[in-house]
Design a protein around this ligand. Sequence first.
Ligand SMILES: *Cc1c(COP(=O)(O)O)cnc(C)c1O
Length: 392
Amino acid sequence: MTSAHASLDRFAAGKLAGLDRRNLRRNLQETRPLGGAIVERKGRRLVNACSNDYLGLTQHPAVIEAACAASHAYGAGSGASRLVTGGHPLLFELERRLAAFKGTEDCVIFGSGYLANLAITPALSGKGDLVLVDTLAHACLHAGARLSGARFETFAHNDMADLGGKLDALRQAHRRTLILTDGVFSMDGDLAPLPELLTLADRHDAWALVDDAHGVGVIGEGRGTAHAFSPPAHPPLQMGTLSKALGSYGGYLCASRSVCELMRTRARPLVFTTALPPASIAAALAALDLIETDAVLLERPMQLARRFCRSLNLADPKSPIVPILIGSETAAMEASAELEMAGFLVTAIRPPTVPRGTSRLRITFNAAQEEADIDRLAEALKTILQTAEAAE
Ligand SMILES: *Cc1c(COP(=O)(O)O)cnc(C)c1O
């Protein structure tokens, strides 16, 4: 081993030891899906209560069949960027379908939701511009804002007075301004106040991007956060992922024709990356068929979330994401381990995913879970929280 190899390894080992000491080390565990909401870990069957597969569509026969058929017909991979070899007809079809579903002129598909957010903000802003991001918005919105080279400021979570103050103070001095927010916040489950946010944005000629990763297929009759309001809100930039309720993989932006065309021409994480495999595209199309027609399926995650919150005397949930705030990293990891003993997979969420001191259990509900399992989960959690309280 050369001395450079050795110093590299010392660096990595030192970093890991520091994370271990602060209980911030992440341990990847082999976990095998067994169908429905059941997974196997260390030889034990667990009910998955932390996935983003809200409608259970990763396991749906029609979605799996569509993925298999597309692989047989067109191959396992796509071979190149769309800009090099042209776009697969299925990809254009999915873009048309998503645009129609969201009620926008056009849609453009990216490799993932994360890539979409690394693409969109830098394609729309740069030096001399301003990007305002909700502090609790997803890491990839923050990453896209930094990558853009624009001035990057955060505003307090869902605080429209703070956002308004920042716009008053900073908007004039910048050429273009973007406001970035989650629609449904991924670790808190609450919704952005879109009507107020869009009014503020319009007043200041700022462009609002709503990340609907946890909204599409889940709220607003499946159409996402914008449709959870009455009348529906109309954010000019609605991005999302094919990887959560749609049960597949990929990201998208629904917007006007010119904005989407600009992305196809200029967005580097689209131009310089390989297009999605046919299987992922076909799976998302099949999932969209189900979301557009199966109202009973769409209702289920929220029904289970409400049932759970009622039995724990929690406030009515706004989405199928229910955070149970614990506080310290250690306590959150202990609570998670106890739930695993009781037969549930609920990973502890720790910094930097959430702010320091707000480590939590993030429980998510999905259509494949059984009522009886949700009731058992609520009982197990009650016991764990009471024991923790008594120990304090
Ligand atoms: C999961 C998530 C993403 C990333 O989407 P992927 O398709 O998984 O890369 C982006 N934004 C939010 C809010 C998310 O929760």
